[in-house]
Design a protein around this ligand. Sequence first.
Ligand code: 5GP
Length: 201
Amino acid sequence: MGKGILVVLSGPSGAGKGTICKAFLERNKSVRLSISCTTRAPREGEVDGVNYFFTEKEEFEKMIKEDKFLEYANVYGNFYGTPKSYVEETLNSGYDIILEIDTQGALNIKESFSDGVFIFVMPPSLDELKSRIIGRGTETEETLNKRFSSAADEIKLAEKYNYAVLNDTVENAVSKIESIITAEKCKINRIKDHMDVLQEV
Ligand code: 5GP
């Protein structure tokens, strides 16, 4: 069994990447999800170890010092980080893993994981993005404004990714991600070590 594929789903807050990621995982049971650590307080209904590992700031800082994160970023005033060991173990055991992270983290990982698949989730429009963030009802006015103003800047980063998926409907977006992963698995540079025929000629 070869190494798994690292899939990074990223994009601005309110683009719908969380919803897409959840729907994708429901249809693709063999793909694993990376659970991030965050210093943000849990929202109603969120469960430690399921949505995030809710981590105290001191503990998070200790993990940074001990090099336990593949990447971490300060997103709207809270720290978020991808634990390194789970990602590495999953990939080495041949499973694909999906990370749902912000643009800073995604572009950070891209520097060291050039064979990862970096997918930018596009909101259908800025108005739609705004109404999704407001509709969640989880933000204060201050964090709402932070999220709106960075969203416009973040959209400009799309060109640094390998793929862009428009979130017009969850169904369409998930199908596109499935197609991207299927195509990635057929790439010659991923399969040549496992194809005897290619090695014999
Ligand atoms: P929320 O607070 O809404 O759960 O997440 C805020 C933002 O942080 C989202 O854009 C989410 O994708 C991002 N995020 C979640 N986990 C991580 C992580 O481990 N690293 C980085 N860089 N961003 C993350």
